[in-house]
Design a protein around this ligand. Structure first.
Ligand SMILES: Nc1ncnc2c1ncn2[C@@H]1O[C@H](COP(=O)(O)OP(=O)(O)OP(=O)(O)O)[C@@H](O)[C@H]1O
Ligand SMILES: [Mg+2]
Length: 253
C-alpha cells in the first residue's frame, strides 16, 4: 500500500482547471519530485495535499485513510507537514524557542503527566535534536529574525519536522537561495530522504535530478509523465513541454 495515493484530484479556479485529474502514488521514504512549467498547478496540488485548498474532485488517501475532506490540522496530526514561508515564525524568539513551541503543539496532552521542569527539558531537548538535524545546531540561540535567509529556510524545515511528519511537502525550497545556501538545503533534503516521504516541487533541475527517486511532470494540471529520473530526462514529450525550455533558458546568456 502506498503511503500517499492520489486519484483523479482536480481543482478549478474560475475557468482554469489548475489540477486536472491528478493520480499519483508516493511510497514511504520515497522522494517524488514534481516538476513542470510556471502555472502547471504544482503549488495548487501541494495546497490540496496540505489541506490549504479543498479539492473539487478526486480522492487523497494517506496510509489507506481517505483524508480528502479533512481540515489542515487533522492532516498535520496524521503526519503530513509542509514547510511554510517564514511568516509563522516568531522573529524575536530564538530558533530553539520556535522549534520547542512547535514540538509542544505536536505533543499535546502526551506530556501532561510530566512535572513542568521535566516537560520543559523534554521539549527543548527534542527541539535541539531537530535543529541539529537541519544543520542549525550552532545557531539555536539566535533570534529567528536574525538568521540568514538560507538559515531561515532551514528553520522552516525544522518547524515542519517538529510535527513528526511521515510526509513532507516542499514547494520550491531553493527559491531565492545562493549557491552555498542551495547546497546546504540539498544536503539537508538528501539527509531526510528515506527517513520520511518527500514531495519536492522545484525548478532547479540539477537539484531535482540529484535528489529524486521518481519524477512526475505536470503540464496544464495533468501528469504527462511519471518515471525514474533517467527515463524522464530521455522522455521526448517532457523535453518538449518543459525540460527543453529549461535547458534553453539555462543556455541563454
Ligand atoms: N488562488 C488562485 N486563484 C485563482 N487562480 C489561481 C489561484 N492559484 C493558482 N491559480 C491558477 O492556477 C494555475 C496553477 O497555478 P499554480 O500556482 O498551482 O502553478 P505552479 O505550477 O505552482 O506555478 P509556479 O511554477 O509558477 O509556482 C495558474 O493558472 C494560476 O494562475
Ligand atoms: Mg508554484
Amino acid at each position: 500500500m502506498a503511503l500517499l495515493d492520489l486519484e483523479g484530484l482536480s481543482r478549478r479556479f474560475g475557468g482554469v482547471l489548475a489540477t486536472d485529474g491528478v493520480s499519483l502514488q508516493l511510497g514511504a521514504g520515497e522522494l517524488l519530485a514534481l516538476i513542470g512549467p510556471n502555472g502547471a498547478g504544482k503549488s495548487t496540488l501541494v495546497n490540496q495535499l496540505s489541506g490549504a485548498l479543498r479539492s473539487d474532485a478526486g480522492t487523497i488517501r494517506f496510509e489507506g485513510e481517505d483524508i480528502t475532506a479533512l481540515p489542515q490540522h487533522a492532516r498535520v496530526a496524521r503526519g503530513i507537514a509542509r514547510s511554510y514561508q517564514i511568516t509563522n515564525v516568531f522573529r524575536r524568539f530564538t530558533a530553539l524557542d520556535n522549534v520547542a513551541l512547535a514540538v509542544q503543539a505536536r505533543s499535546g496532552s502526551s506530556l501532561r503527566f510530566w512535572q513542568p521542569v521535566a516537560r520543559e527539558r523534554a521539549l527543548f531537548d527534542a527541539a535541539a535534536d531537530i535543529l541539529r538535524d537541519v544543520g542549525l545546531g550552532a545557531r539555536m540561540d539566535v533570534p529567528a529574525g536574525a538568521l540568514a535567509h538560507g538559515e531561515q529556510r532551514q528553520l522552516e524545515v525544522a518547524l515542519a519536522l517538529a510535527t513528526g511528519p511521515r510526509l513532507l511537502l516542499l514547494d520550491e525550497p531553493l527559491a531565492g537561495m545562493g549557491p552555498d545556501e542551495s547546497e546546504t538545503m540539498i544536503a539537508l533534503i538528501a539527509e531526510l530522504k528515506g527517513k520520511l516521504a518527500i514531495l519536492l516541487v522545484e525548478h532547479d533541475m540539477d537539484a531535482v535530478f540529484r535528489l529524486a527517486d521518481r519524477i512526475a511532470v505536470l503540464v496544464y494540471g495533468r501528469v504527462i509523465a511519471r518515471d525514474a529520473p533517467a527515463a524522464i530526462r530521455a522522455n521526448a514529450e517532457v523535453r518538449r513541454a518543459y525540460l527543453g525550455e529549461e535547458a534553453a533558458s539555462e543556455a541563454a546568456p
